[in-house]
Write a protein that binds this ligand. Structure first.
Ligand SMILES: Cc1ncc(COP(=O)(O)O)c(C=O)c1O
Length: 361
């Protein structure tokens, strides 16, 4: 529905290309005959290299702790297939990345949503988690930095959330696909923080701007969990893509500074978009410390987030209504700042005009 001239804040993917070195390595690998099945868990040198990128947190990790997947999306399904039996409950954040509840249902489980509210910086309180715990709860998923909210945890908040899991003997599924897009601080991982029933989803979609390649991984310090998960990966896609795994290994070895370059540009965009949004009457947003989304509260009396998003579309701006990420997202809009700064400014001029007209300011 958006016209050609619409400013596109809708897409959750970097507007960069993968590093040249990865594209060259991918082409070379295919020419050299790397076009076959790999082992289900993936190429050992790549898995070892990935394990080493986490050695600052868990020095004992090796290739046996990593299973390559065809994306974070594939990783999520493998993990839920391995963990969830019919009737099991999984605690999930709301607002959520839309695959989570559906994946749990596909595996016969019940999603139980816990709130990540604006007032608490989009981080849940332990009291909110405890209120949703039953004898059927087997796991909790954390997603920091978060899509759609950009919410992130401090080490102290992470420790509290892990302690809740430990006290209740829950599996922690930690979606850290934005671990390389973190601003003003170090990434706070749920791996290597004193509790080992933790399974991480990660992906090269955002890390190396290769959303269309479809490659990611699962990492856990727990060898038994990795065994079950790798079995599920066998049934889901048998293995990841051969040539692409060679390309990602080369990118990790030779373009390790690439994610930080992208991060610096995202940070400048974040500053710009937050300043513009917070200057608009009726709009307020946190300045996120990770991912590339802002999730402002937008107050237009008598209109819900979908209606506001539709009005913005007519005004030449595409963004997502907060309700697309669950009922708790109502009252918010999601803007992905995956476009250049000039386009962000042009889009924000339009947002300012439309919101002012709708509010009668
Ligand atoms: C929080 C989160 N997890 C997982 C994914 C899946 O990414 P992919 O399947 O491209 O690896 C995304 C993609 O937007 C995401 O935002």
């Amino acid at each position: 529905m958006a016209g050609d001239d619409a400013v596109q804040f809708g897409l959750g993917e970097p507007d960069f290309q993968p590093p040249d070195i990865a594209i060259e390595a991918f082409t070379r690998a295919m020419e050299e005959g790397r076009n076959k099945y790999t082992t289900t868990a993936g190429l050992p040198p790549l898995r070892q290299k990935i394990a080493e990128t986490w050695h600052h947190l868990v020095p004992t990790l090796d290739e046996s702790n990593v299973c390559m997947t065809m994306s974070g999306t594939n990783a999520l399904l493998d993990i839920f297939l391995a963990l969830v039996d019919p009737g099991d409950e999984v605690l999930l954040p709301e607002p959520y990345f839309p695959l989570y509840p559906t994946d749990v249902v596909i595996c016969g489980g019940s999603p139980v949503l816990y709130p990540c509210n604006f007032e608490n910086g989009f981080v849940p309180t332990v009291a909110d988690l405890e209120a949703r715990l039953t004898e059927n709860t087997i796991a909790i998923l954390y997603n920091f930095p978060s899509n759609p909210t950009g919410g992130n945890v401090t080490p102290e908040q992470r420790d509290e959330l892990l302690e809740f899991a430990r006290e209740n003997d829950l599996w922690v599924i930690t979606d850290e696909v934005y671990d390389r897009i973190v601003y003003d601080r170090e990434h706070v991982s749920f791996i290597g923080a004193g509790y080992d029933k933790v399974i991480m989803i990660n992906s090269f979609s955002k890390t190396f701007a290769m959303t269309g390649w479809r490659i990611g991984y699962i990492l856990s310090p727990d060898p038994e969990a990795m065994g079950h998960i790798t079995k599920m990966q066998y049934y889901v896609t048998a293995c990841s893509n051969d040539a692409m795994q060679h390309a990602v290994l080369e990118a990790l070895e030779k373009a390790s500074d690439y994610p930080a370059q992208m991060r610096d540009e995202f940070q400048a965009r974040r500053d710009l978009i937050c300043e513009r949004l917070n200057a608009m009457p009726g709009v307020s947003c946190h300045v996120p410390t990770g991912a590339f989304y802002v999730f402002p509260k937008v107050d237009v009396p008598g209109m819900n987030s979908e209606e506001i998003a539709m009005a913005l579309l007519e005004g030449g701006v595409l963004c997502s209504p907060g309700s697309a990420f669950g009922a708790a997202g109502e009252g918010h809009l999601r803007f992905a700042y995956t476009i250049g700064r000039e386009d962000i400014s042009r889009g924000m001029d339009r947002v300012e005009k439309v919101i002012a007209e709708l509010r009668g300011d």
